[in-house]
Structure formats: structure tokens, C-alpha cells
Design a protein around this ligand. Structure first.
Ligand code: NAD
Length: 311
């Protein structure tokens, strides 16, 4: 199993470490237009390999080096500076994806490869990468709201004093400011959230839920203010997604992938079964009318942003 990572900045380097630590890949190729950076990362990571799995880690200075990749992760491009939104990166990163995807496609087997998109604004970049690559939408997968859903589960875990592993709760829509929490499908174990709260004598009123939603939507801004960028959470999300694909685990993940065609094509996050073939099935969870309209509003924002770059 060969994985290539394009863009070896804060995120790409952390993704390389997390993917190496899955023990599921035999080779990782690192490409960045800044060769010095990718060579340094490959050296450092190669030394780390001596303490874990034997993985061949190489920095490649052109796209021929990614030949034979089963999965290509794209984490290149501008990141948010303090105060910037993901949408502020739209034009700069559309140019980056338009530069990278044709070069990737010229060096991979289009019948086999899966593209994993990390670059923001995520959903629009998934739409652009799918359009340029002409791959089936099921094999152009954005990490979407996997990270947002993990943030939600982490907050709920503290609030409810129950393991994140027992919390099924999804953030859906855009990986961005218009994401929404699908409270009505949330469950703890097999028990719906409201019933759980009643039985555990925990109060989760609408004001608390709104605060939680605000914290989830603003988590990246807080981390960027303190650390300059975010990388650990997204790296763990990518490694988890790759594990699910490589092992054909068929877990339900809130990834972003294109659905529909022509002017109604749209990528956003919904719960989807993911396995060897990429996205296998998209599921539509229970939603209240206000949740449905929040999801529709999120979709419209993504589509409008995509239209603005497609001219
Ligand atoms: P960074 O600035 O640290 O690294 C970006 C790297 O991309 C640089 O090394 C740069 O040389 C490289 N690059 C730029 N254009 C390139 C090109 N055309 N070809 C090859 N390499 C190129 O940024 P970062 O913090 O690693 O973030 C990378 C991207 O990931 C950003 O768009 C950021 O917003 C996004 N991100 C997404 C999520 C998510 O949940 N999807 C989370 C965090 C960050």
C-alpha cells in the first residue's frame, strides 16, 4: 500500500506521521513544491520509523515519484491566518488544486487511485478536484466534518461524562462556518440523546446546545490563535479515514464527496459508509425542519463559492 502526500506543511507532515503510525502502509511519498521542506520531513520521519514500523518514506522532487500510489492525500495550499475564514482561501487554493490534480492524475492509475482532499475551503476543493480528475465521486473524498464531529464528541464526552467511543453525534454540511449539528440523530450507545439525558439526570437545554455549536464552529479559530495552525486533529482524521478505506472497514464517517451532476452537483458532509471503494453509501439521518433548512443553507453557500471560482 503506497500513500503519497502532496503539501508537506504543518498538516502534511502531521498526516505523514499519523499514517506511518497506522502500520498499514509500506511506502509514503512526500511531495512539496518546497523540496527542502519535504526532504527534511522525510529525513525526520525516516528516523522516527526506526522506533515503530518499517515504512519506506521518500521525498520526491517531481510527480513521477508518486507513481504506484493507491491513495493520494492533498494537503497543500494556504492555511488560515488568525482572523481569516476558510472561505478567504478560496481563490488561492483553487489555483493550488488546479495545479496539483492534473499532475497527480498523469502519474496514477485512475482505475484504482483514491484522492483524499484536506485543503480548505474543503468542500469546494473536493468539487474542483473531482471535476478536474474526472474520477468517480466515490473516490474523491474530503475529510469534511470528520474533525468537526470529533470536536463535538469530545465536548459532549466531558459534558455527559461518557466515552467519546459511545457517542454517535454528527456535524453535517460545510466544513466551515455554516456547519450544523444534527442533534435529532445524536445517540449515546443505542439510546437517543434526550432519553439518555433524562435517564442520566443531565440537563442539555437549547442554550447549552447553542454554546456547544458555537464552540465546535470556532474550535479551529481558537487553535490557530494559540498555535498558529491546526494539525493534530486533522492528521488523526486522515489516518482514521485511510484505515477505514485500506481495511474496508465500512464505518460511517461524515466525509465530503460530490453528489448530483451539472449545476446541482454539490459536495458536503453527510454520514457515509466508507470502505475499500471509497464512499459506498450516503445515509440521510433523521432531521427536524430547522435542521433541514440549516443543511440546505450550508449547501447553498458551498455551491455559491464553487460557482464563484468556476466563472
Ligand atoms: P502550510 O502553509 O504549513 O503548508 C502548506 C504547504 O503546501 C507548504 O509547504 C507549501 O509549500 C505547499 N504548497 C503550496 N502550494 C503548492 C503546490 N502548488 N504544489 C505543492 N505544494 C504546494 O499549511 P498547513 O497548515 O499545512 O495547511 C494546509 C492546508 O490544510 C490549508 O488549506 C489548511 O486550511 C488545510 N487544513 C484543513 C483542515 C481540514 O479539516 N480539512 C484542517 C487543517 C488545515
Amino acid at each position: 500500500m503506497k500513500v503519497s502526500i502532496i503539501g508537506i506543511g504543518s498538516v502534511g507532515a502531521a498526516v505523514a506521521t499519523a499514517v506511518k503510525n497506522t502500520g498499514l502502509v509500506h511506502e509514503i511519498a512526500l511531495y512539496d513544491r518546497d523540496n527542502v521542506r519535504s526532504y527534511a520531513a522525510a529525513e525526520d520521519l525516516g528516523h522516527a520509523s526506526a522506533f515503530s514500523y518499517d515504512v519506506k518514506i521518500t521525498a520526491v522532487n517531481n510527480y513521477r515519484g508518486i507513481r504506484g500510489s493507491d491513495i493520494v492525500v492533498i494537503a497543500a495550499g494556504a492555511n488560515q491566518k488568525p482572523g481569516e475564514t476558510r472561505t478567504d482561501l478560496l481563490n488561492a487554493n483553487a489555483a493550488v488544486i488546479s495545479d496539483i490534480v492534473p499532475r497527480v492524475m498523469a502519474n496514477v492509475d485512475s482505475k484504482n487511485v483514491t484522492l483524499v482532499i484536506v485543503t480548505n475551503p474543503l468542500d469546494v476543493m473536493v468539487m474542483l478536484a473531482q471535476k478536474i480528475s474526472k474520477l468517480p465521486p466515490s473516490r474523491v473524498i474530503g475529510t469534511g466534518t470528520m474533525l468537526d464531529s470529533a470536536r463535538l464528541r469530545a465536548i459532549l464526552s466531558r459534558q455527559l461524562s461518557v466515552s467519546t467511543q459511545s457517542i454517535n453525534a454528527y456535524v453535517l454540511g460545510e466544513h466551515g462556518d455554516s456547519s450544523m449539528i444534527n442533534w435529532s440523530s445524536a445517540s449515546i450507545g443505542a439510546i437517543d440523546l434526550n432519553t439518555f439525558c433524562r435517564q442520566a439526570k443531565i440537563s442539555l437545554p437549547i442554550t447549552t446546545r447553542n454554546t456547544i455549536e458555537h464552540r465546535v464552529q470556532n474550535a479551529a479559530y481558537e487553535i490557530i490563535r494559540g498555535r498558529g495552525a491546526t494539525w493534530d486533529g486533522i492528521a488523526a482524521a486522515v489516518a482514521d479515514l485511510l484505515r477505514c478505506i485500506i481495511n474496508d472497514e465500512r464505518r460511517i464517517l461524515t466525509v465530503s464527496t460530490v453528489a448530483g451532476a451539472g449545476t446541482s452537483a454539490l459536495a458536503m458532509s453527510l454520514p457515509r459508509i466508507v470502505g475499500r471503494g471509497g464512499v459506498i453509501t450516503t445515509l440521510v439521518p433523521r432531521m427536524t425542519a430547522p435542521e433541514k433548512s440549516a443543511l440546505r443553507r450550508s449547501g447553498k453557500i458551498i455551491r455559491k463559492n464553487f460557482d464563484s471560482i468556476s466563472g
